[in-house]
Design a protein around this ligand. Structure first.
Ligand code: AMP
Ligand code: ZN
Length: 463
């Protein structure tokens, strides 16, 4: 822990000096780049040793829950038997269905020790509920604070948290992290676009937490209000909660004049702060002192080596109230264990490529929404939003991609637009291997979500 900060975040700062303090501290604190040097500078070997100890402890704790008592009774493995991390593979997986069906049976502590619950945003289907003890809330805030610090956020920064508060973990998770670090934290919440811009101007926000599709949408509101985000002091944004491409990140960085860092988490693993980009922006470090990472083939469930895309599986290593073992996230990514120039030995995961369950199968071809986005966002004519509609005619699946085109290009003549439509169709076809129907629409005409963007409308069952 950094001297002076541990246990008393933000004490060095008082309000009234917002503009002045951030640059001074930014300078003073440039050197120690680790929020928790003890953990963040562990060698890979020390990290594995720590993980093994914590895995044994987690297993022992999990046995206090009715679910794992039953599950693990069937396995011949006892916590003390674990002699290597690889042996975790002898334990059964935990799935979202298990959580839905047996929710409270995962608890390892009496109910009156729980201080919070959250529910997943229901990316797919019915929400799942997760519970936290006070210690869990503190450990989670610590991981988020650590993540933010890693990218250069410092006490005195003004942090506007534009994520939905409430049951979704993105809002409160980052809120506690920001406060823990010592930021002046603005609980802006999601939506209310004009107000978001006003807050940024009034409080001279320096750090944002924002859903990437919303960040692009908000640019229209900036334009309407005559405010140039590049003129504001905002210098860092955390973007996460939904898959997005490198091009989308670059667009956000250029339009706002900031550095945007990918942030990954899921409510089943507390929420945000599971994996986070460092200033190298070359993959997200998994906080391996708190989460044991595995990447498996979603069909065979075999362990996959570095560089191969598979399903992320996590085991909690420090959770008290509801430790989960080998939780199948349904998120698809690969991992990298080569050393990162930032000095952290924590392994890095790639951008999330999609989910095992948002994969669309059309005419026998597997398609991930991110592939479509990658193509569209690389075209300068494309505005901020798009929508994919799947329909069925005479047993034939049709994919219609509605694409917003920037105002300046819509002014062009019909021949130009016809040609643009053809180019987009060709580009999508070469990426997806099927030919979509492309429709060009005027900017800001497609529906915008305040939460995760809704990109795919599957109407095939209506046919
Ligand atoms: P929730 O359980 O509501 O917190 O939603 C978690 C899910 O959001 C994850 O399992 C991912 O599918 C998605 N998600 C979160 N962060 C990212 C990210 N940085 N990139 C892509 N998808 C993300
Ligand atoms: Zn790094």
């Amino acid at each position: 822990m950094l001297p002076g900060f541990a246990g008393k975040p933000g004490t060095a700062l008082q309000a009234g000096c917002l503009g002045a303090v951030a640059p001074i501290l930014g300078h003073l604190w440039e050197k120690p780049v680790y929020w928790n040097p003890e953990i963040e500078t562990l060698s890979a070997e020390q990290l594995r040793q720590l993980q093994l100890e914590r895995l044994r402890a987690t297993l022992a704790r999990a046995l206090a829950s009715p679910f794992y008592r039953e599950r693990l009774a069937a396995s011949d493995l006892r916590p003390g038997d674990l002699t290597s991390l690889e042996e975790v593979r002898r334990l059964p997986f935990t799935t979202k269905e298990d959580l839905r069906a047996r929710g409270p049976d995962f608890l390892t502590v009496p109910r009156d020790l729980l201080v919070r619950l959250h529910a997943s945003s229901g990316t797919t289907g019915q929400a799942t509920v997760v519970y936290y003890t006070r210690t869990d809330i503190e450990a989670w805030a610590e991981l988020v604070a650590r993540s933010m610090y890693m990218t250069g956020v410092r006490p005195g920064d003004v942090f506007q948290n534009m994520m939905g508060y409430g049951l979704f973990t993105g809002g409160l998770g980052f809120h506690y992290g920001g406060e823990r670090l010592g930021c002046l934290t603005i609980p802006a919440g999601a939506g209310n676009s004009r107000r978001q811009v006003q807050l940024m101007v009034q409080f001279q926000t320096t750090v944002l937490h924002i859903i990437p599709s919303y960040a692009l949408y908000l640019l229209n509101v900036f334009a309407e209000m005559g405010v140039d985000p590049r003129e504001l002091p905002v210098r860092i944004a955390f973007i996460g909660a939904e898959p997005h491409s490198e091009d989308m990140r670059r667009r956000i960085e250029t339009a706002y004049g900031l550095k945007a860092y990918n942030s990954y988490g899921l409510s089943e693993m507390n929420g945000p702060g599971v994996a986070f980009e460092c200033p190298e922006q070359n993959g997200m470090h998994v906080w391996e002192d708190a989460y044991l990472l595995e990447v498996v083939d979603p069909q065979t469930l075999e362990t996959l080596p570095p560089g191969v895309v598979g399903e992320l599986v996590f085991t909690n290593l420090t959770r008290e109230g509801m430790p989960l073992i080998r939780y199948r996230t349904r998120d698809l990514a690969s991992y990298e264990d080569a050393p990162c120039p930032c000095g952290r030995a924590m392994r890095r995961i790639s951008r999330i490529q999609g989910r095992t369950d948002d994969m669309i199968i059309i005419k026998g071809v597997n398609i991930f929404p991110l592939q479509i986005e990658k193509v569209l966002m690389s075209l300068p004519e494309v505005h901020t939003n798009y929508l994919v509609e799947l329909s069925r005619h005479n047993y034939n699946d049709i994919m219609t991609v509605k694409v917003e085109v920037k105002e300046s290009f819509f002014k062009e003549d019909l021949r130009y637009l016809t040609n643009l439509r053809k180019r987009i169709t060709e580009a999508l076809k070469s990426e997806l291997l099927i030919t979509p129907v492309v429709e060009l629409v005027e900017p800001n005409t497609l529906p915008v979500s305040e939460g995760k963007a809704l990109r795919i409308l599957d109407r095939r069952h209506e046919a």
